[in-house]
Design a protein around this ligand. Structure first.
Ligand code: ADP
Ligand code: MG
Length: 356
């Protein structure tokens, strides 16, 4: 039931002495959602996850889980399963005993536990590995065991803290799909911490973008990518050209040596701002095409990326003011370093943010 509130955070603050790691976060997560906390290292993702789990209590603020105020509850009274980046399996226990750990604490009959462990290992793609030890498994396999252990008690909430970060690129990509499919099948509300935007974009129903202990934006992957709320989100997710500019009117701006058409809010006119445009939104124009925001630029560098090339270009006006930006170009052999080409910066792809 994706309309039912499952987890509510209200004005959560966490201080370590004088340092404020979480600066008043509020957030509602719905039943069955896959949420990703995304942000640069040190922005407070793990701190927030640990507050939700009760592993480190918040300094102030509320955590409401499934309608119950758990703000002051210790972690062993809360309903969650957790997977850490470092696997954190018990090295001296077999896979069976690792997965069974939470079940044995609940004093279930041995037979029930054995059949549950079998099912769980089947579910994470490791059938028959009960008697192995963690050291005999690859990183990806250990993380599957950690996932089975986290899901063993059928928790209402699954917490994943950078679960794929320590794995090889290839393993990471297929485990992404598997974790997502498993979450979908079980319908368990899930929060995954990551600093990897691709991971968040491919896996999450909604992304919570964090920076310096605050939430910058909450939205679907499409919203975050296509309608970034501010310059930080625009710059952090994907690649974005961010240029300082002066807003001249509701329909024009000037940046270094160029005047461009734009759509600008009335209250921003006359102000300095940051102009954002993504490399994939800038087009190479044909000679015959006279369009708004066409600009002659010099090709300064070409970075070959396989499917496309990222081309660094610059425009210099009579006063030698230089505007530099990058653009993506599909295979185009005519583009060479030093050449002058005409490009178009479509008005609808120019975003403006107040300068902070
Ligand atoms: P993230 O998971 O986003 O990388 P963390 O939540 O681990 O970030 O940390 C957020 C900030 O809080 C960092 O600046 C970190 O140094 C600080 N921090 C985390 N844990 C502690 C602690 N136990 N004592 C003091 N500072 C801490
Ligand atoms: Mg962390």
């Amino acid at each position: 039931n994706k309309h039912k509130k499952y987890l509510e955070l209200s004005d959560v603050v966490k201080k370590y002495g004088e340092f404020t790691a979480l600066n008043g976060l509020s957030l509602t997560i719905f039943d069955g959602e896959f949420i990703s906390f995304l942000g640069p290292s040190g922005c407070g993702k793990t701190t927030l996850l640990r507050a939700i789990a009760g592993l480190d209590l918040q300094t102030s603020g509320l955590v409401i889980q499934n309608g119950k105020d758990v703000s002051d509850e210790p972690s062993n009274k809360r309903d969650f399963g957790i997977v850490f980046q470092s696997y954190a399996l018990f090295p001296n226990l077999t896979v069976r005993d690792n997965v069974a750990y939470g079940l044995e604490n609940r004093k279930m009959p041995k037979k029930v536990i054995a059949s549950k462990v079998e099912d769980l290992l089947e579910m994470v793609g490791l059938p028959g590995s009960e008697s192995k030890y963690p050291a005999q498994l690859s990183g990806g396999q250990q993380q599957r065991v950690a996932l089975a252990r986290a899901l063993a008690t059928s928790p209402g909430l699954l917490l994943l803290d950078e679960p794929l970060s320590a794995l090889d690129a290839q393993v990471r990509v297929y485990l992404r799909k598997e974790i997502k499919a498993l979450q979908n099948k079980l319908g368990v509300t899930t929060i995954m911490v990551t600093h990897d935007q691709e991971e968040a974009l491919t896996m999450a129903d909604r992304i919570v973008v964090m920076n310096h202990g605050v939430i910058e934006q909450v939205g679907t992957p499409e919203q975050i990518y296509q309608q970034p709320a501010n310059a930080f989100v625009a710059g952090f997710i994907g690649t974005t050209n961010l240029l300082s500019c002066q807003l001249l009117s509701t329909s024009s701006l000037s940046t270094a040596g160029v005047n461009l058409a734009c759509e600008c809010r009335v209250d921003m006119v006359g102000q300095k701002a940051l102009m954002a445009i993504r490399p994939e939104d800038i087009r190479v124009s044909n000679d015959s095409e006279a369009s708004v925001n066409s600009l002659d630029v010099t090709v300064d560098d070409i970075e070959y990326l396989g499917a496309f090339s990222r081309v660094l270009v610059s425009h210099e006006d009579g006063l030698k003011l230089k505007t530099e930006f990058s653009m993506n170009v599909m295979r185009d052999l005519s583009i060479k370093v030093g050449k002058v080409i005409t490009v178009t910066l479509p008005v609808e792809h120019i975003r403006l943010f107040p300068e902070e």
